[in-house]
Write a protein of this length. Structure first.
Length: 181
């Protein structure tokens, strides 16, 4: 009884292990069927393919479909341009959101369909030229980094630091020998 259960369990394990490579190999193959590569930079979306052939002087068209658009004709269409090795199209000024890119070759065949997310453009960071500098320099180090303090302020600060040093010394001396004042 124990031997038969062991053989059944090990047989199922062997079958699962045997089918694992086939399962893993079929996943990426389905993802590669698309034939197009879509990318975004800021508010620009672009597509590249090598699946189309030139017919009547045209490679085909690419369409950018928003979530509410269901057909190729409803999207923002751009003609493909390029060479026999690679064709591309781009859309600029695309607002943030999720889109579907569809590429139709001039032969009428679909080169591929892929979803793309266009994120909000990153605000530009102002650049400071090398000639711009603070009027008083960096002002780093000891002695006040932002403004000059008068002699009264410096005297009060020195007195507070001195009182702190004397108080700490008295506390440590008293702690080391508790019978002294």
């Amino acid at each position: 009884m124990r031997t038969s259960r062991f053989l059944i369990r090990s047989g199922l394990t062997v079958a699962a292990v045997a089918t694992l490579p086939l399962t893993l190999a079929s996943g990426p193959a389905a993802a590669r069927v698309s034939g197009i590569s879509v990318s975004t930079t800021g508010s620009t979306a672009s597509v590249v393919t090598s699946a189309c052939t030139q017919s009547n002087g045209s490679w085909g068209t690419a369409a950018l479909l928003s979530s509410g658009q269901g057909s190729f004709a409803q999207g923002r269409q751009v003609a493909l341009s390029g060479t026999a090795a690679s064709q591309s199209a781009a859309w600029s000024g695309v607002s943030p959101g999720t889109y579907t890119v569809v590429v139709m070759c001039s032969s009428g065949a679909t080169a591929g369909t892929q979803s793309v997310i266009v994120s909000a453009p990153v605000p530009s960071v102002p650049t400071i030229s090398a000639t711009a500098s603070p009027s008083r320099g960096v002002m780093g180090g000891l002695g006040g980094t932002a403004r000059d303090y008068g002699p009264v302020t410096m005297g009060v600060g020195g007195a507070l630091v001195g009182a702190g040093v004397i108080g700490a010394a008295w506390f440590l001396r008293r702690r080391s020998k508790p019978h002294r004042f």
